[in-house]
Design a binder for this molecule. Structure first.
Ligand SMILES: Nc1ncnc2c1ncn2[C@@H]1O[C@H](COP(=O)(O)OP(=O)(O)OP(=O)(O)O)[C@@H](O)[C@H]1O
Length: 579
């Protein structure tokens, strides 16, 4: 049995608190925008004058692993990699169903969201099938104190089936333990390295003992969360991770708690994040081809999230991780907003989004039909019921006029009043305190694309306060260098429209953006098989010392209940980075 020095590694709530203040903002119900108030907000949320929020104080220290990323100058996203294997779900390599603590077909309520109406939504997840039903409840995030209306417990359990990860050896390893009737806990993992930390927890590279399978484990201190009123954020992240089943989003393999910590076990990404990767590029910006690749994967991830009624709200290159094979994984969901969606079938034949601000109108929809059905993360088979004049079945043929039907489930009308995000990425409607919905993700997508291409964000001021003013009041400008194509600038212009309802994708979501000429030639169905522009060096996991040799292990029978006395002299201590 080996033991882990998590207690010592994580006992820094004060430092994390001040870090949080400088990095992201999360307050509820900000006052309506006016100059004085905006100044106050800026003061509260920053060490004024310091350019802190985007300072990658921690991303530089994420992992030495992530420094070895190769640039592939041959990259062309329009060429499909013939070697890359799409993941199959054949019955032979489909992983077995994880053993679940919950009886089959029982429904586990997962909670929360904030909406303008005050009504909230509870997603009832059937852990056996992975189905998710959307029903209404009266939970209101804004009223909670962060822990009272939510279970403080992140129960030990395997996540529901994730068909796109069929054949994944990590599932086999996890399921093997479950099949023996043992519940997975911290005792099953060796901690190899601290990868980084955020506002609500630290993330470690871990190995499932004896299996040679590796994961990223996010560890959150219960006392620290409770004292800083952040239990709800931890809960939100766990719930959202449990819903996800998408190649560009994290897979939650399992989660459990010890006496002191909540632990989320996710996929490990060896390539670091796009912020670090961008800084290693010539002139610190990506080529247009590389930017198109990353933007297309992020777009698909956002589209999927919106379909599930999740507004991501924290898009920035730091949160876009690079997987072993070079594809991306959007991470960090504790600031996300969950809400109800009204999935709509948009029967569109040839809507081609025009450029710039005008595209915010989204073109003309031929017809709209309400879809009443379950949002099923794994298998989305909506029943289509016409909202207006009921039509015959043939009217809903899959190919209308040679084009595919479009599903749209933008949570556009949701109105959260939270003041949340990272300064340079905050949408104007958030700063103005008007309430916001999914359009904030399209704004941040515009900032993100701008940054990938230019190496800087468009409204960055001398300090956070100036940045906020610029976001709201300054016109979008493009520098002369680097040269960026007309279509790229046109898309960015359409995304960075200050009025959310005029912003591209406001009406038809990701579909509008996909049809923009910037993405011309992208094969959306095969993006996950395209050759990424950068492939991280494979990780040699044997470089990390294991705990078996550590005498400290013998002193700590169980991390959760243990009183650890880890010190810098303790041999187990050196395996972790302290900041
Ligand atoms: N799955 C992963 N694989 C590899 N590294 C990861 C993974 N998840 C997180 N990290 C690293 O750990 C760091 C901390 O992640 P975490 O999500 O806790 O913090 P964050 O992104 O700063 O967000 P927040 O402050 O909102 O919690 C990240 O910056 C990232 O570099």
């Amino acid at each position: 049995m080996s033991y882990l020095p998590l207690e010592a590694a994580f006992d820094e709530p004060k430092r994390m608190e001040s870090f949080a203040k400088s990095k992201t903002i999360l307050t509820s119900n900000p006052p309506p925008y006016d100059r004085k108030k905006a100044e106050q907000i800026a003061k509260i949320s920053t060490n004024s004058g310091h350019d802190s929020p985007r300072q990658p104080a921690y991303t530089n220290k994420v992992s030495k692993i992530s420094e070895n990323v190769k640039f592939n100058p041959q990259f062309d996203p329009k060429k499909i990699d013939p070697i890359a294997k799409p993941v199959t779900n054949s019955s032979t390599n489909q992983r077995p169903a994880p053993s679940l603590r919950t009886p089959a077909n029982s429904e586990i309520p997962v909670t929360s969201t904030t909406m303008s109406t005050g009504a909230a939504v509870s997603l009832l997840g059937n852990t056996k099938t992975g189905d998710t039903k959307i029903t209404s409840s009266t939970t209101n995030q804004g009223q909670g104190n962060g822990n009272s209306s939510h279970s403080d417990s992140l129960e030990s359990s395997s996540a529901p089936l994730k068909p796109h990860t069929g054949g994944d050896v990590r599932w086999d390893a996890i399921n093997l333990i479950n099949s023996k009737g043992n519940s997975i806990g911290v005792k099953n993992f060796d901690l190899l390295k601290r990868l980084g930390y955020g506002d609500i927890g630290s993330v470690y590279l871990v190995e499932l003992r004896g299996t040679n399978t590796h994961f990223a484990m996010k560890v959150m201190d219960k006392v620290s969360l409770a004292s800083r009123n952040k239990l709800l954020r931890a809960q939100t992240e766990r719930e959202i991770l449990g819903l996800l089943d998408h190649p560009f989003l994290p897979t939650l393999y399992t989660y459990f708690e010890t006496e002191k910590f909540y632990c989320l076990v996710m996929e490990f990404c060896s390539g670091g994040n796009l912020h670090s990767l961008r800084q290693k590029q010539p002139n610190k910006h990506f080529t247009e081809e590389a930017a198109r690749f990353y933007a297309s994967e992020v777009l698909l991830a956002l589209e999927y999230l919106h379909m599930l009624g999740i507004v991501y709200r924290d898009l920035k290159p730091e949160n876009v991780l690079v997987r072993d094979e070079g594809h991306i994984m959007l991470s960090d969901f504790d600031l996300s907003l969950r809400c109800s969606v009204s999935p709509t079938l948009v029967k569109s034949s040839s809507v081609h989004v025009g450029a710039g601000g005008g595209s915010g109108n989204g073109g003309i929809l031929d017809e709209e039909y309400a879809i009443h059905g379950c949002m099923q993360p794994s298998n989305f088979f909506p029943r289509i019921l016409p909202k207006r004049n009921r039509k015959s079945k043939s009217d809903f043929g899959l190919f209308v006029g040679g084009s595919m039907p479009e599903l749209m489930a933008e949570p556009t009308n949701v109105r959260s009043m939270s003041f949340v995000g990272t300064h340079e990425y905050l949408a104007p409607e958030i700063i103005r305190g008007e309430g916001h919905g999914s359009a904030v993700d399209w704004w941040t997508f515009g900032i993100f694309l701008y940054e990938l291409l230019h190496g800087t964000t468009p409204f960055k001021g001398q300090g956070n306060r100036a940045t906020l003013f610029n976001v709201v009041g300054q016109a979008l400008r493009f520098p002369e260098s680097p040269q960026v194509s007309f279509v790229a600038r046109d898309l960015i212009r359409g995304l960075l429209v200050k009025e959310p309802h005029k912003r591209i994708a406001y009406k038809r979501g990701a579909t509008e953006i996909k049809q923009h000429p910037f993405f011309e030639g992208v094969n959306w169905a095969l993006v996950r098989s395209a050759m990424p522009p950068h492939i991280p060096e494979p990780v040699d996991f044997s470089q990390f010392p294991r705990k078996e040799s550590s005498p400290a292990e013998k002193k700590m029978p169980d991390l959760g209940g243990a009183k650890t006395n880890n010190t810098p002299n303790d041999p187990s201590y050196i395996d972790f980075e302290y900041f």
